[in-house]
Design a protein around this ligand. Structure first.
Ligand code: FAD
Ligand code: SIN
Length: 534
């Protein structure tokens, strides 16, 4: 069977699905996604989507908050456009069928989260992502121009490298895709490929992200030669449930927006920032980390007992029920919380239209680096960014299609001669755990040259073992993910070593100050001589 469409979309979260729906108005679309259609970070988003929707708010205020949160690295023209387009994109979601919560006057109900100076977060209780994903997926599945391939994992982008066309400009012509159920690798050809593969939280031992978040898009783009930016800025969410069985379950920041407060073991507030528990995330996560280290405790507390049980049950049913499952009545007991890796602020560099540095390759959503988030993303600006950029990209894709072609001949079939089925699977599991532990221990909320060098040595060693195994073994999703995680770890460390200052989410105790003279720019990584190692 020949897999060919005008556009190939890799990923079925908010970015991939909303882009596909728009492109399908004028072209054919193939979407591939690693697991079930709904499995994505989008599906777990709790807090909501930021947009200026009330008279007490203004675009200028949202812009100022985003730029203040980004600690000097936001690209103001990007922030301006995303903020101004937000209301239109929210209206579009409503028209598509998303049922956001409403207030007594039937206006969209607006919540507050960290770093926002006004109430501007539209939400569906604390299950916003599930509702958005449900609606988008239903539209996609019903669309005659879109074909959705679930349980299909992208391995690598197809470029001149595979076509043996020499060393001119590199273009993207589609991707090699593994069909998980059969183990077959297909060539998905397209005039234009959209990377919408989400984040990379799984590179850390503790993360709010689902298992699909293994940085595949960034690793594939880097191997293909695209330019990356700001990978050192990994956001740690301040509040995930501390419980051995809870797997870093997120306790939404919106709870703090409704009055919940962070406390130490003595029951005292410990965040000194003027916005206290609602300060931007980098500040709150670092304050928690510092307090835990200072007092030697394993967790701190989020106290939501000042909010009525009725309100908690009605507004935060998911958090309420999940905590209850672990024996915590959040209307009565403070919630034990710890930070966990949450969001990748850097990624594949794109312009405001979603174009990467490779013709034929676009990126959108968490995989992309547009310049919106700077050194620290403001809560609920991520789903918003994905919507706005998917919209813009659908417009520019239509224009770019004219000059892009589908390559029919010359793309070699996947060659796995000389490989055999993986026997020592347990070794992969060990490699994964080791990698995540190294990143957690040495490349976490607080960094230093010593820690980064230690991490680098260990990741390089693991990388060699994984590459060796990869060369000898038939591909599987787990192996591909491990290979990509090793690449991402390597790139995060590389970027973190380059940035010799502390800014936003990147805190180095050997360089504790911001250095505006030297460092008010993005950290750019490009394929170099060691990229064949990734
Ligand atoms: P995702 O939604 O992660 O989708 C990525 C898709 O790519 C998935 O379908 C995946 O299977 C697929 N994929 C990945 N690799 C491959 C591959 N190799 N081959 C094929 N398919 C692949 N942001 C907000 O703005 N507001 C919130 O309230 C909010 N809450 C959050 C709560 C949680 C628990 C988490 C984890 C994140 C939250 N975020 C929130 C962040 C936000 O949800 C994500 O940044 C956003 O959903 C990313 O959307 P995306 O479409 O880029 O990627
Ligand atoms: C949350 O609900 O706390 C997560 C919001 C976000 O990451 O934007």
């Amino acid at each position: 069977m020949k897999h060919e469409a005008d556009v190939l979309v890799i990923g079925s979260g908010i970015a991939g699905l909303s882009f596909a729906l728009k492109v399908a108005e004028w072209g054919t679309v193939n979407i591939v996604t690693k697991k079930e259609g709904w499995e994505s970070s989008t599906n777990y988003a709790q807090g909501g989507i930021a947009s200026v929707l009330s008279r007490e708010d203004s675009f200028e205020q949202h812009l100022r908050d985003t730029i203040a949160g980004g600690d000097g690295l936001c690209h103001p023209e990007v922030v301006e456009q995303v903020v101004r387009e937000a209301p239109e994109r929210i209206t579009e979601l409503v028209n598509w069928g998303v049922e956001f919560d409403r207030d007594a006057e039937d206006r969209l109900a607006l919540g507050r989260e960290g770093g926002h100076s006004r109430n501007r977060i539209v939400h569906v209780k604390d299950l916003t992502g599930r509702e958005v994903e449900r609606v988008l997926l239903a539209l996609v599945v019903a669309h005659p121009q879109i074909q959705l391939y679930t349980d299909h994992t992208a391995i690598d982008l197809i470029t001149e490298h595979h076509l043996d066309l020499g060393t001119g400009t590199t273009h993207c012509y589609g991707a090699y895709i593994l069909e998980n159920s059969t183990g077959q690798v297909h060539r998905f050809r397209a005039r234009l490929t959209m990377l919408a593969t989400g984040g990379a939280g799984q590179v850390y031992l503790h993360t709010t992200n689902p298992e699909i978040a293994t940085g595949d898009g960034v690793a594939m783009a880097y191997r293909a030669g695209a330019t990356l930016g700001n990978l050192e800025f990994m956001q740690f969410h301040p509040t995930t449930l501390y419980h051995p069985m809870a797997a870093s379950f997120l306790i939404t920041e919106a709870l703090r927006g409704e009055g919940a407060v962070l406390r130490n073991k003595e029951g005292a507030e410990f965040i000194t920032h003027p916005q206290r528990s609602l300060a931007p995330r980098d500040i709150v996560a670092r304050a928690i980390d510092g307090e835990m280290k200072r007092t030697g405790v394993a967790h701190l507390f989020l106290d939501a007992t000042g909010i009525s049980r009725e309100k908690l049950e009605q507004r935060f049913p998911h958090v309420y029920q999940q905590c209850a499952r672990f024996g915590i009545d959040i209307s009565h007991d403070p919630i034990p919380v710890v930070p966990a890796a949450h969001y990748m602020c850097g990624g594949v560099i794109t312009d405001l239209q979603g174009r990467t540095s490779l013709p034929g390759l676009y990126a959108c959503g968490e995989v992309a680096h547009t310049g919106l988030h700077g050194a620290n993303r403001l809560a609920s600006n991520s789903l918003l960014e994905a919507l706005v950029l998917a919209h813009n990209a659908s417009l520019s894709a239509r224009e770019d299609m004219v000059s892009l072609t589908v390559i029919d001949d010359g793309i070699p079939v996947w060659d796995d001669s000389g490989t055999c089925a993986g026997e020592e699977w347990i070794l992969i599991q060990h490699n994964l755990h080791e990698l995540q532990t190294v990143m957690w221990d040495y490349v976490g909320i607080v960094r230093s040259r010593l820690r980064l060098e230690r991490a680098q040595r260990r990741i390089n060693m693991l990388g060699m073992e994984i590459r060796d195994y990869y060369r000898k073994t038939k591909v599987s999703t787990q192996l591909l993910e491990l290979r990509n995680l090793a690449a991402i770890a390597h790139l995060i460390i590389k970027a973190a070593m380059q940035r010799t200052e502390s800014r936003g989410l990147h805190y180095r105790h050997d360089y504790p100050e911001r250095n505006d003279r030297q460092w008010q720019h993005d950290t750019v990584l490009q394929r170099d001589s060691d990229s064949s190692q990734l």
